[in-house]
Design a protein around this ligand. Structure first.
Ligand code: NAD
Ligand code: ZN
Length: 349
């Protein structure tokens, strides 16, 4: 079969011929219906080098996958060939306390995982191929009625990651509150929809691109602004008494956005860094508003994936998707790098 593989750090992936996988005991092979192209893959291609993560190329890209059960290994029950499924992407050991709760992202026994701190498309072969080997059946999540693999694939990362980030801040988003979304790309545009679907917060979105601001409005943002130092005053002016945003979600994570996010936050707010832009935020007593909590988040839990798929099936969250073939995938990543993708680009092998 054909697969889009990252063969070395600091290189573009290549479309090559590989063997079709066969499932071992407890494993599942999924026929890939769709695999999303995530900006994290650009970090893998351009920014990472040996030692940055506990694994290395070569592997097939694609950590945002959905499709149909193709083959079941011995001992797998409760799934049927042909059944539409999403793949929960972070693959932990399955037995530590965190994995038992479905929080494979923070597996406490990485040595017992199929790959430490990764998954399919992140150290192991991912979904930018015709078939995907999933090492444990518990990572395969049946799709709810009304959701097809193309809609479901982006929900497994571009949906799940902002869902986790929003959900952990629900307590700070009562009526009258404001949420600020920085970066309205693959993750951010779904983040705006998730905020609108699950909270009553006023949503302000910022981006550097006009098309992204238009998409933010389409997704329900109450206000969409050009990103930059000047945006801080506009954001504050849009909140009661100029108090700032209760929750800031930074889907970029460069110096400028971290600074803008901190300057826009309300006292006792949350500043959540999701983007892997490599920026730093100097924190000292007077440099951020009082009692602002600053955190990074990584992906989300399996139970949260079930919840976000439900939002998708009910039409409350609908990623804006453009589909491409596997032979266009290298070019799709170039377009993503150039800021020419609206919403999420999805590869349909
Ligand atoms: P994307 O390329 O689809 O979207 C990024 C958006 O940010 C674009 O709309 C771009 O115009 C905008 N942007 C760039 N610079 C900006 C600035 N200075 N101010 C405001 N907006 C700006 O990327 P994506 O796939 O949505 O991923 C976003 C980030 O999140 C990436 O760094 C990715 O690696 C990271 N990510 C993190 C996790 C996690 O678990 N923490 C998961 C997936 C992706
Ligand atoms: Zn990702």
């Amino acid at each position: 079969m054909r697969a889009l593989r990252l063969l070395a750090w600091k290189s573009e992936p290549e479309l090559v011929e590989v063997d079709e996988p066969t499932p071992g005991p407890g494993q599942v092979v999924v026929r890939v219906g769709a695999a999303g192209a995530c900006h994290s893959d650009l970090h893998l291609m351009h920014d990472f080098e040996a030692g940055a993560v506990p694994w290395n190329p070569p592997f097939t890209l694609g950590h945002e996958n959905a499709g149909w059960v193709h083959a079941l290994g011995s001992g797998v029950t409760g799934l049927e060939v042909g059944q539409p499924v999403a793949v929960y992407g972070p693959w932990g050991c399955g037995t530590c306390a965190r994995c038992q709760l479905g929080i494979d992202t923070y597996c406490e026994n990485p040595a017992g995982a199929p790959v430490p701190g990764g998954g399919g498309g992140l150290g192991l072969d991912g979904g930018m191929a015709e078939y995907l080997l999933v090492p444990a059946a518990r990572h395969v999540v049946p799709l709810p009625e009304g959701l097809d693999p193309v809609q479901a694939a982006p929900l497994t990362d571009a949906g799940l990651t902002p869902y986790h980030a929003v959900r952990r801040s629900w307590g700070k988003l009562p009526p009258g509150s404001t949420a600020l979304v920085i970066g309205v790309g693959g993750l951010g545009h779904v983040g705006v929809q998730i905020l609108k679907a699950t909270t009553s917060a006023r949503v302000i979105a910022v981006d550097t691109r006009d098309e992204a601001l238009a998409l933010a409005r389409e997704c329900g943002a109450d206000l969409a602004l050009r990103s930059g130092e000047e945006a801080v005053a506009e954001i504050r002016a849009a909140t009661p008494g100029g108090r700032g945003a209760d929750v800031v979600l930074d889907f970029v994570g460069v110096d400028a956005t971290l600074r803008m996010g901190a300057a826009s936050a309300r006292t006792v707010g949350d500043l959540t860094i999701v983007g892997i832009g490599g920026g730093t935020l100097p924190v000292s007593y007077f440099s951020v508003p009082y009692e602002v909590s600053i955190q990074t988040t990584y992906w989300g839990s399996r139970p949260e994936l079930v919840e976000v798929l439900d939002l998708g099936a009910r039409g409350l969250v609908r990623p804006k998707i453009t589909t491409f073939g596997l032979d266009e995938a290298v070019d799709v990543y170039r377009r993503l790098q150039a800021g020419e993708v609206a919403g999420r680009a999805v590869i349909v092998p």
